[in-house]
Design a protein around this ligand. Structure first.
Ligand code: SF4
Ligand code: SF4
Length: 630
């Protein structure tokens, strides 16, 4: 465990100390108990997909077991394991989108869920070739939802949104045979092909992996982002705050954690209901303080400005403050440990999704048909728990920072319109961004995304890389927990322009934006994909030509592997700050870090040192600029 983390993070140290006094176990304790990670798993060379195994291969070439019982080589085993990670990541994001499509299908003018962004719905309807003329908006919404749901299992054709990509990408994917047909099918086909005795050819396994990743980036996640905007509104720029200092001493503190916005949206409304607020006051609190974490946190932050309690690694620390009346969770990235941890405090740990029932949690199943009613039930339970708070066990850190958030593409393009000469140029395009990059005012753009991982000092890699980028005039867009790290560090404020190089600072001042733009949750990485694509289309080039890079400095989840894979396949170089379990195959590692460039025009670079990783990103940007002749 990197105890660097504790030095770097002013909040973690005191709260971990407090946990010890309270007899509470944290991931830091479990990390110590784990001792070292398994070297075979670390290198991706163990296989347990059939019961002749488990097989583990020697990490030393030519010495020890070089093949599994069935004869599978390290190349096959590593490629299969990697493919299964991507399939799991794609399925998590895509199932999220499926839920949203079901919610879209049940929207009604007087129901809990309504259409907030009609223009976006109509534009999607047009793309889906749904008749809109003279029709009720809700009829259109329901038909769009049905077509969206067909994207998961349609028997013929290819996924609709791949037409949103540049012509170059579409042509390449067709030639390579990696156009995804249907989201679920691509996951199934990986599970089939990686069964014992199916695919053993490393490159063909990777091609299947790409199909599944593209079905996420240009399918599930992209649907998720669009539909979420349609139902809950497209984000606009707004102010908020971030870090555990957002918890309030004299209020009922409720943390929403997980991913799907259907539940958290309703909790937002329930916690603003005057009768419920009065109930909180009647129970001795000054009011209700809703805060978010991980991507559910990002969703309600982007759309309502709900303050962020923190990032992935702070989920236990939030409970250890002793000030949380409830942690309300849905799916993904939720530590099962929260159940036991909550027992050390008065906190109610409430699971809500049949997809993620958690042992030891209070379970209140979320049913979209009774969405607001259930949300009120949950908030009421938290309020009634306020009286159980043990004031002697409360430690709320004072750290928090202001942020400007809500940078959807609409917000960004709207901001860019401020610097357009409307006598000469069209409004509502990415031209100013493209012009700044071509002119060198901005050297390029970087997306910094992904998780926290105890293998590296928490948030340190995110922040080191982001600061290096902006200092060198590279504009940064962020999502996921990387965005939250930036929020906590104050990098999402306009004033952070002072940390930027001269060109980027000038852009920030002219457009009135911070140098780091929060574009949303992990499914919202598709906003980045679309922004890059729009710039490429505007310039009439394909994506790999652009001086644009992506980084996941502290990634840990399978979803992050799927995201990285769809970005590389979409022509954007991806820089990883934790090493994926592939190093047991020199060939597969070389394929990811070199070979892919010949195929997709982009590749992975891996380096656990954030300073070196940032330098590699800057070098790549300059290399692309030189190739472009700019
Ligand atoms: S598939 Fe092959 S390598 Fe994997 S566990 Fe079975 S025998 Fe071993
Ligand atoms: S960035 Fe990673 S840890 Fe954070 S919510 Fe997304 S997948 Fe989970």
């Amino acid at each position: 465990m990197s105890h660097e983390a504790l030095k770097f993070d002013k909040i973690a140290g005191p709260l971990i100390e407090k946990a010890k006094q309270d007899g509470a176990e944290t991931m830091w304790d479990r990390d110590v108990a784990m001792k070292s990670r398994c070297g075979f798993g670390d290198k991706g060379i163990c296989c347990k997909i059939c019961n002749m195994g488990p097989c583990r291969l020697s990490p030393v070439e030519g010495k020890g077991a070089q093949r599994g019982i069935c004869g599978a080589t390290a190349d096959t085993i590593v490629a299969r394991n990697f493919a299964r990670m991507v399939a799991a990541g794609s399925s998590a994001h895509s199932d999220h989108a499926r839920s949203l499509l079901h919610t879209l299908h049940m929207t009604s003018p007087d129901g809990d869920y309504q259409i907030k962004d009609e223009a976006k719905l109509l534009s999607l309807a047009k793309e889906y070739e749904v008749e809109t003329e003279g029709r009720d908006i809700y009829d259109i919404a329901h038909e769009v939802a049905e077509i969206g749901l067909m994207e998961f299992g349609k028997p013929f054709g290819t996924q609709r949104f791949i037409k949103r990509a540049t012509e170059g990408r579409q042509k390449l994917w067709k030639e390579l045979g990696v156009e995804p047909r249907a989201i679920d099918r691509e996951v199934v086909s990986i599970m089939h092909s990686t069964h014992i005795g199916c695919a053993s050819d490393m490159e063909s396994i990777y091609a299947l992996t790409v199909k599944s990743a593209l079905s996420n980036g240009w399918g599930g996640s992209m649907i998720g982002t669009d539909v979420s905007d349609i139902i809950f509104g497209t984000p606009t720029a707004r102010q908020s705050e971030a870090n555990l200092g957002c918890l309030e001493e004299n209020m009922v503190n409720i943390l929403v954690h997980g991913h799907e916005p259907g539940l958290s949206e309703m909790i937002v409304f329930a916690s603003q209901d005057p009768e419920i607020v009065q109930l909180a006051k009647d129970n001795g609190a000054e009011g209700i303080n809703l805060v978010g974490m991980c991507c559910t946190g990002n969703e309600v932050l982007m759309k309502h400005g709900v303050r962020l309690a923190g990032t992935f690694y702070q989920q236990e620390l939030a409970v250890i403050t002793g000030a949380l009346e409830a942690v309300v969770v849905d799916v993904q990235c939720i530590f099962p440990a929260l159940a036991t941890l909550s027992e050390c405090y008065h906190t109610k740990f409430i699971a809500t999704s049949p997809k993620a029932k958690m042992e030891g949690a209070r379970y209140i199943e979320f049913d979209e048909e009774r969405a607001l009613e259930i949300a009120k039930e949950i908030v009421t339970e938290a309020i009634l728990n306020y009286k159980n708070r043990d004031r002697n066990k409360v430690l709320i850190p004072q750290e928090k920072n202001k942020s400007t958030v809500g940078f959807s593409i609409n917000t960004i393009v709207g901001g860019l319109d401020k610097v357009v000469n409307s006598n000469v140029d069209q409004l509502g395009t990415v031209k100013p961004l493209a012009d700044c990059i071509m002119a060198g005012v901005l050297r390029g753009a970087a997306g910094v995304v992904g998780c926290n991982n105890p293998k590296v000092a928490h948030d340190n890699s995110h922040l080191t890389i982001i600061k290096e980028m902006i200092k060198n005039d590279v504009i940064v867009v962020v999502t996921g927990c990387a965005a939250q790290a930036a929020a906590k560090a104050g990098l999402l404020q306009y004033e952070a322009k002072e940390l930027a190089g001269r060109g980027l600072k000038e852009v920030c001042e002219r457009v009135g934006i911070p140098p780091v733009l929060h574009m949303g949750s992990c499914v919202d990485n598709t906003r980045i994909l679309r922004l890059v694509t729009e710039v490429a289309k505007y310039l009439g080039v394909d994506t790999p030509v652009l001086p644009v890079v992506g980084a996941a400095p502290e990634w840990m989840s399978e979803k992050a592997v799927s995201i990285g894979t769809y970005f590389v396949s979409s022509g954007v170089d991806v820089f990883l700050g934790t090493v994926p379990p592939v190093t047991g195959s020199a060939r597969f590692t070389d394929y990811l870090t070199n070979g892919l460039e010949d195929v997709y025009g982009a590749k992975f670079t891996v380096n656990e040192d954030p300073v070196q990783l940032a330098q590699a990103m800057l070098d790549r940007i300059e290399e692309k600029r030189t190739r472009l002749g700019i």
